[in-house]
Design a protein around this ligand. Structure first.
Ligand SMILES: [Mg+2]
Length: 410
């Protein structure tokens, strides 16, 4: 069978680039987009080229970044704007193929195997897309071209900004196998450490390693990574707009008494967020947008929402977001709260950077493991087996039963 031609397109410093479209003067100074510019524990979400030159990296704190570059200009994120740009960029991809699979707001895979007669070979299509996005949208992208998704992604990372890299069969041994194993998709910190102890340091080392040894070291991931390193990834690029039947997942509650203190609000939201996240995970979905509807004692209601830098199904992350939204818009007394997560997707995102400082929300990977464990306990012993600590002793009517009366959105 003939090889597929797959592109991975990655926008360079996406959030920072979009900010520079609106304020071109930001390109002349070291600048970073961060979760909360006022908070020294705020997290750097993106940085421009000038900031990169100071050694500023994504996911470090404002405090660390400012130590490297005291004059760093900090800009709050405009997630809705980034999503709008992302949609416009994906519209350009749709001119070339209907097989477009977003991996995050700023990364997508395209299968252009069947598009070459019309638009030229993979590299030509990559160069055309690169030029169109630069001219029509105003941001630069890097494109990897290869015969599978994993190598295409390596390619978009290999040369940037504004570059095309082709990794064909020949380049596999010549270039790809010489790259560090940490460049490979799904090789996280702990897998990298395990591989390093086995002296597996390059993708070539991984390709030549005994598959059974890898499975012994890493379980199922070992098998997957062995395929990846050998260029055997055959996962298809999804079609645009697949699997979007459920539009939102939400849950609301009228409390036994009005919520007045911050602690009340935190407890009131906890169970709601927990049940929403649980249902997202059960459906294999994640959402980009967290929405809170707040009804005060006079039953006047307001709705506020935030879009996150990535899609989530984590209770802790939805909770922190809902707390912030509620506290920022809080009436004197709250009768009812509803939490809804929308903008759903069934694919995990590439990068998972939290908007929150370490003490508000710990490491997302660790949190995911914790919540998965809770899910399996609930699967075995029922919802009430695991009750958030804050819910155990309160008089607002929140308990393990917060999930009852849950209602899916439209
Ligand atoms: Mg990017």
């Amino acid at each position: 069978m003939k090889d597929r031609v797959i592109l991975h397109v990655d926008c360079n410093s996406f959030f920072a680039s979009v900010e520079q479209v609106f304020r071109p003067e930001l390109a002349d100074v070291p600048m970073a987009v961060c979760g909360d510019p006022e908070n020294r524990h705020g997290i750097i979400l993106a940085k421009n080229e000038k900031a990169k030159a100071y050694g500023i990296v994504t996911a470090e704190t404002v405090w660390q970044a400012k130590r490297k570059c005291p004059s760093l200009v900090l800009v709050p994120p405009h997630m809705e704007e980034y999503r709008r740009f992302s949609r416009r960029i994906n519209d350009i991809y749709a001119d070339f193929t209907d097989m477009v699979e977003p991996f995050s707001l700023d990364e997508s895979w395209l299968d252009v195997t069947g598009s070459q007669q019309l638009f030229g070979d993979g590299k030509t299509i990559a160069d055309t897309i690169r030029r169109r996005i630069r001219e029509e949208i105003g941001v630069t992208v890097s494109v990897g071209v290869s015969f599978n998704k994993v190598f295409a992604k390596l390619g978009s990372d290999y040369k940037k900004p504004d570059a095309t890299t082709v990794f064909g069969r020949e380049e596999m041994e010549l270039i790809v196998w010489k790259l560090p194993v940490t460049d490979l998709l799904f090789v996280g910190k702990s897998a990298a450490a395990t591989l390093d102890r086995a002296r597996i340091r390059t993708i070539g080392d991984l390709a030549h390693a005994d598959r059974e040894l890898l499975v012994k070291l890493l379980g199922k991931l070992g098998d997957t990574l062995s395929d990846y390193a050998r260029g055997l990834d055959d996962s298809p690029v999804a079609k645009l707009g697949e699997n979007r039947e459920i539009k939102s997942v939400g849950n609301g509650m009228t409390f036994r008494r009005d919520l007045v203190s911050e602690e009340d609000i935190r407890s009131g939201l906890h169970g709601l967020c927990d049940s929403v996240a649980y249902r997202l995970r059960k459906s294999g979905l994640r959402g980009w947008t967290v929405q809170v509807t707040i009804k005060d004692a006079d039953l006047k209601s307001i709705t506020r929402q935030t879009t996150l830098p990535h899609s989530t199904d984590l209770s802790a992350e939805i909770w922190q977001t809902a707390i912030k939204l509620t506290l920022d818009n809080r009436p004197a007394a709250i009768r009812m709260l509803t939490v809804t997560v929308s903008g759903l997707t069934d694919k995990p995102d590439g990068e998972q950077i939290s908007l929150f400082a370490e003490e508000e929300l710990p490491d997302l990977d660790r949190q995911r493991r914790l919540e998965n464990t809770l899910d399996s306990l609930r699967g075995r012993f029922g919802w009430d087996a695991v009750t958030p600590g804050a819910a155990l002793k309160n008089d607002i009517g929140v308990g393990g039963g917060a999930s009852h009366g849950a209602e899916d959105g439209d």
